[in-house]
Design a protein around this ligand. Sequence first.
Ligand SMILES: Nc1ncnc2c1ncn2[C@@H]1O[C@H](COP(=O)(O)OP(=O)(O)OP(=O)(O)O)[C@@H](O)[C@H]1O
Ligand SMILES: [Mg+2]
Length: 419
Amino acid sequence: MAEITRRIGLSLGADICWPTCYQEIMKRLDLNIPMNGDRIRFEVARMGIEPFDLREHVPFDVVIDRLTHWYNTRREWIKKATILDDVYVFNNPWSVQSMEKLTTYVAMMRLGFPIPDTWLIPPKEYEHQADLQVTLERYARFFNLGEIGEKLGYPLFMKPYDGGAWKAVTKIDNEEELRKAYDGSGRNIMHLQQGVFPFEKYVRCIGLGPQTRLVSYAPEAPLHDRYQMAKGFLKPEDAALMRDMTLVINAFFGWDFNSCEALLKGGTWYPIDYANPCPDSQVTSLHYHFPWLIKANIRWSVFTAATKKPLGQLTWRRYFKLIEEGMTFREQLDRYLKIAHHRFETERFEAFCDQHLPHLDEVAHEFFATQTARDAVHAKVKALYPEHEVEEFTGLFWERIQSCRDDEPPGTARDVAVA
Ligand SMILES: Nc1ncnc2c1ncn2[C@@H]1O[C@H](COP(=O)(O)OP(=O)(O)OP(=O)(O)O)[C@@H](O)[C@H]1O
Ligand SMILES: [Mg+2]
């Protein structure tokens, strides 16, 4: 019997609260897992930024990454690590690099998801490039923006095809506003998307490996109130639909950690943004839902590290082959779901958690009552809020975490349909 150490790397940027909580709970768990005749222990390290030799082997088995989508040095390091050393990373770096909103919309359209009608329009302005002028003179066709607006109907939403963090998103109610918004859109390549408006419900489904959490979302509320604590407002079949759509898309794109947004109108759930593969993890947004995130993160990283899960290839053709004329979307989804569960090894994961992490709930429950946990919340609030609001908001987020502890005692299901 050998003692093996699996190393989990945290690839961090501005993150403050979640890595502290993750590391503290890992320390308290002090895992020592029997597997294939060996005993597996775990080390967690925060990764530094430094020059690297492309041939040098990396000292990690799993990387939880928060940087790839904007910090290319880390992205390239991760690509090298997955090829050279079979490192498992949340999320597939090639997928994060190239799958924008547009790709997810089109993939979902092909798979039968009810995506609102969406157009892409060439940018209003360009960065100068040698061949730009001649290319536009030869090939840029005049188009009638008003006609596109009319086809889509109002209100519509103009938003970058690769957007995130609500940058340059505009609700547009008529042609005049459309022209004005386009004139002001600069070099952004914009989607115009049919508005699902007014919507009856807005849900974000956070997926982490095969685990999901459904959260009611209020886009118009201030940041600290957007993720709601409401319960019981989704019918079980709607909760299952949201969860299954999320798992399918995450498996399809190789995303372990993604947040999917859908709006309900007239009995249909319309996905409007399923491309958030570095979702909010901060206590200042997630508050009540924060303990779930930490626990889900621990379960999935420990599972992938212990089992040396390989980073799967993307296998789109397998999904497309399942499409059959005449089936309902729910029937189609059930077919895709089988591939998703296979990719996430859902059954094996559940059994692993039951066998090797039965004490996680209890340990986390205790941890989230400690001064260390409160200090982590305080540190994040201090980094984001003006001095005079720090105590008030630390208190608010802490109170919400305590409500979560009361509402979700040890033993609560791993998939939580809070909505
Ligand atoms: N088709 C739509 N119908 C109704 N509302 C929409 C639509 N598209 C976008 N919105 C509104 O605009 C907001 C931002 O849109 P979207 O999520 O696509 O952009 P984002 O930049 O990814 O934002 P975030 O980072 O919050 O996810 C949504 O939260 C929603 O309120
Ligand atoms: Mg979004």
